[in-house]
Design a protein around this ligand. Sequence first.
Ligand code: C5P
Length: 311
Amino acid sequence: MPQRSARVRAHAKVNLSLKVLHKRPDGYHEIRTVFQTIGLHDILDIEFQPSKKTEVSIEGMDIPDNLIGQAALLFFDETQTTGKVRFRVEKKIPMGGGLGGGSSDAAAVLLALPVLAGRTVPLPDLMRMAGELGSDVPFFLVGGTVLGLGRGEELYPLPEAPAWPLLVLAPRLQVSTPEAYRALGRELTSLADVSKLNVLQSFVWGGRLSDLENDFEAAVFGIHPELDVWRQRLVELGAPAARLSGSGAALFGVFPDRAVLERALPRFPSEQLQVLPTQVMNRARYRAGWLRSLSEHVNGSQWPPQSRYGK
Ligand code: C5P
């Protein structure tokens, strides 16, 4: 088989809503979240060549221990495949922002590499591999608007959110996820206190913007008060909802239309923040993008990934 290559887009996510429940015996926290893919994306160029020896190289990232390499090695290991794979990454998603950049890159590898290597990996196996790489990785195999339970890896697609224009603000600071969980301390939402989940249920059922919530805000804004100032500015400039994404430090504002968003853009100082206008990306467009990127190499059994128990 000759060398095969693809250029794929790894999209970012925001958490439209995020409730953190108790800490579990395995050390993770039980969460209830609504994930949403957005237009903002990294670009990955992937080249695969069959070879008796596995070699993975990555250009464009200065982090040696990144999830792209880990995802590739996991694929080779699990499928007992060998090969040379080269990644070139154009990073657009700010790191450490709660936007899922690293997780999305890893999921992109799990979606593209089997196709380039001519292997069919059933969806349950892909999901398990994704979950091993990180709690947010499985979501990027699905895309769109998705309810995430457990540590975020148990996924149920929801009716799509409207194509809201979004303004993402990525401050030039990073919040470590484990640190953010630790900072939550006693402010966890107890399962026994059902009323705390009512707002999430209400959002899932009704899609009202006033029902967006993120449990990390109090703790993370306590450490970085300037984040709440930016959040409030998003609201003042016309976003009916503005929230922290994941454990931060990125914020997003949901805007009623493009014109209001465009007027808000120059009101944020680009020396302190990356100001990234984008929009909600639904599952149909997310999947169509994947199919387009891989269409040259894909065969019927490979895409979309299917359950081995399916038809
Ligand atoms: O799964 P992931 O590698 O992204 O998680 C990083 C860290 O964040 C975990 O080691 C854990 O400390 C914390 N975490 C958590 N509960 C979750 C997800 C992550 O406590 N649901």
